[in-house]
Design a protein around this ligand. Structure first.
Ligand SMILES: [Zn+2]
Length: 305
């Protein structure tokens, strides 16, 4: 099949249904709201908010997708049209998938007890695109989410289905370079001198990372840089197996490090086999050189060794 033939076939799926008559697995409930807020490190809903009745909580708007997720048992309610689209891309060699971005619109708050229903359409299928991961097509679905039958939000979700680029020997020099801008330039200057700098608001004293122009606590634009000790623990982590990323040899561990100063940062975990990384493991800062770029990484230590 030529590229033009495939593109024409893919475009024919635009506007077709992706999910019809989807139902949330559970009504909006307080336990899920509490778990989500704890995981995100944000305060839970305030029972004193006007308009919310006794014993009723309002879910944070950004939880919108939570209520339509299908869990480990797999996607429910996908239409034959969507499955055909995926099969067509599979046959064209686009066997890998990665979620790229999502946009949400919030039209009405979700409250505990709301029954969730949803429908999704295939909004667009892009022409063939070549990305760092490989060549493929972006599929955008648009999901209308209703609470007790009333439109509550719109969730647009984009994935790239692609033919993986051939993997090469991983050389650290090939790692993507960090994006350095005027807001974080001071951090990278610190790294160049083997110092891990975080920001401290000089108005309220709150320490923060990543670097931002203002304080998330009090709004003050005044801050100073303070050097972190480099000591911390693994707050959470993932072990990456796929997709291949230039400069990294899978499997490798990416940690969310909680520094002794209380802020968290994402970085490479080294020194322990990825399968042996555990939450709570102590870590210590090191610097590695990738090409002409210094990078902070964290060496993990197995307890008792
Ligand atoms: Zn502040």
């Amino acid at each position: 099949m030529t590229v033009a033939d495939l593109s024409a076939q893919l475009t024919a799926y635009e506007g077709r249904s992706a999910v019809l008559g989807g139902r949330g697995r559970d009504p909006v409930d307080a336990a899920m709201i509490r778990h989500w807020c704890e995981a995100m490190g944000v305060p839970g809903p305030d029972p004193a908010v006007p308009g919310v009745g006794p014993g009723v909580a309002e879910a944070p708007p950004a939880m919108l997708q939570v209520w339509i997720m299908s869990g480990l048992s797999g996607a429910v309610g996908r239409t034959a049209a969507y499955e055909e689209l995926v099969a067509l891309l599979d046959r064209a060699g686009c066997t890998a998938v990665v979620a790229t971005d999502c946009e949400q619109e919030y039209l009405r708050p979700l409250r505990t007890g709301d029954e969730i229903t949803f429908d999704a359409v295939i909004e667009s299928v892009s022409p063939r695109k070549t990305t760092a991961l490989g060549t493929g097509h972006f599929i955008t679905t648009r999901t209308e989410i209703r609470a007790n039958g009333e439109l509550a939000g719109i969730h647009r979700f984009r994935v790239l289905r692609y033919a993986p680029a051939r993997t090469r020997t991983a050389s650290p020099a090939e790692r993507p370079r960090p994006v350095i801008n005027r807001d974080n330039a001071g951090f990278w200057e610190g790294v160049a001198g083997h110092r891990l700098l975080i920001q401290r608001c000089t108005a309220c004293g709150r320490q923060r990372f990543p670097w931002l122009p203002g304080c998330g606590e009090c709004g003050s634009p005044l801050w100073e840089a303070v050097e972190a000790s480099g000591e911390g623990v693994v707050f959470s982590y993932v072990v990456m197996h796929h997709p291949p990323v230039p400069g990294f040899e899978a499997p490798y561990a990416v940690g969310l490090i909680e520094l002794a100063e209380g802020v968290r940062m994402i970085s490479s975990l080294v020194g322990v086999a990825p399968a042996r990384i555990r939450i709570g493991m102590p870590v210590a800062l090191e610097f590695v050189r990738a090409g002409d770029q210094e990078l902070p990484v964290f060496r993990a230590y197995e307890e008792g060794l």
